[in-house]
Design a protein. Structure first.
Length: 276
C-alpha cells in the first residue's frame, strides 16, 4: 500500500533511467507509487521500463504539467544540456532532486526558476539492490515536507543521511560514493594474493567474495564497532596478527586509504568547477 508520503506525490518526472535512475524507479513502484504518476525521460529505455508503460507510466512525453518532484539522474556531463529543459516542468511547489556528481546547488539554482526547492543527493552503487546509502543536502527553499518526500524517494534504494554543509559532499563522494570500488578492489587483490599463495584461482575468488560479503553482513548486524570486530578475529601472535602487522604498518592500508580518500575528495571538488 502507498505510504502517506507516496500519496503526497502527484507526479514524478525521472530524467535519466540508467542503472541508478532505474533502481530508484523500481524501488518507488515496490514501495507503492503508482506507475501512472511517473513520467520517464530516457532516450534508450530498457525493456523493464518499456513494460511499465502498460501500467500507466509515461515514457518520453511531449508535454508534462508542473511536477511534484523532478529527479535528475543523468551523467553530470549532460547537465548543461538537460537542466535548462526542466524549467518548463517546474512550478512554484516543484521539488528538484539531483543525483549528478559535482553539480552544486548554486549551479542548479542559476538555471532553475528563482526560489525552486533543490536537493542534491549522492547515492552509491549498492542502491542497485536496495542496499545503498545516500547523503542529501538541501537549499534554503526546501521545507520539512520536501525533506519527508525526499526521504521516501531515497529510502527506496537504501539508507538516507542528511548534512547541513554542501562542502561535505565531496568527502561523502570519496567515502561512500567511490567506496564500493575500494571494496571490490579488496576482493580482487585478496583473491590474487590467495592465488599467489598457491590456491586455485577460482577457489581464491570464491573465498575472497564470500569473506567480504559475510564480513560486511556481520558488520551491519553487529552492535560492535569495526575495531572491536577486528580485535575479535585477531589472536596474539597468530596468523591474523602477522597479516595485520603488514596492513597496519606506517605505509600500510591506513595511510593508503587516507591518501586515496583525500585524492577522491579533491577530484570531487574539481568536478564542480568543470563545465558541463
Amino acid at each position: 500500500m502507498p505510504t502517506a508520503a507516496a500519496d503526497e506525490i502527484k507526479s514524478v518526472v525521472l530524467v535519466g533511467a540508467g542503472k541508478m535512475g532505474g533502481a530508484m524507479l523500481q524501488g518507488w513502484i515496490r514501495m507503492g507509487l503508482e506507475p501512472a504518476r511517473i513520467s520517464v525521460l530516457e532516450p534508450h529505455p530498457g525493456p523493464e521500463i518499456v513494460a511499465l508503460t502498460s501500467r500507466g507510466l509515461t515514457l518520453n512525453p511531449a508535454q508534462v504539467e508542473a511536477a511534484t518532484i523532478i529527479v535528475v539522474a543523468v551523467k553530470p556531463q549532460m547537465a548543461g544540456e538537460v537542466v535548462p529543459g526542466l524549467v518548463r516542468w517546474v512550478g512554484p511547489k516543484t521539488l528538484v532532486v539531483s543525483i549528478m556528481a559535482g553539480r552544486t546547488l548554486r549551479g542548479l539554482e542559476r538555471v532553475l526558476p528563482r526560489a525552486t526547492a533543490v536537493v542534491r543527493a549522492m547515492p552509491n552503487l549498492p542502491a542497485a539492490i536496495g542496499r545503498g546509502i545516500t547523503v542529501a543536502v538541501a537549499n534554503a527553499a526546501v521545507t520539512p515536507t520536501h525533506r519527508a518526500l525526499v526521504d521516501w524517494l531515497l529510502t527506496a534504494i537504501g539508507v538516507v543521511e542528511w548534512i547541513a554543509e554542501e562542502t561535505l559532499l565531496d568527502a561523502v563522494t570519496a567515502v561512500s560514493g567511490s567506496g564500493p570500488a575500494y571494496v571490490f578492489l579488496l576482493a580482487e587483490l585478496l583473491a590474487g594474493a590467495g592465488t599467489a599463495a598457491g590456491l586455485p584461482a577460482d577457489l581464491a575468488t570464491r573465498l575472497a567474495r564470500a569473506t567480504i560479503a559475510g564480513s560486511g553482513a556481520l558488520l551491519e548486524q553487529s552492535p560492535l564497532a569495526a575495531e572491536t570486530l577486528r580485535h575479535n578475529v585477531t589472536s596474539p601472535g597468530g596468523t591474523t596478527a602477522a597479516a595485520l602487522g603488514v596492513l597496519m604498518g606506517p605505509e600500510g592500508l591506513g595511510a593508503l586509504m587516507t591518501r586515496a580518500v583525500a585524492a577522491a575528495t579533491r577530484r570531487a571538488g574539481e568536478l564542480a568547477d568543470e563545465p558541463s
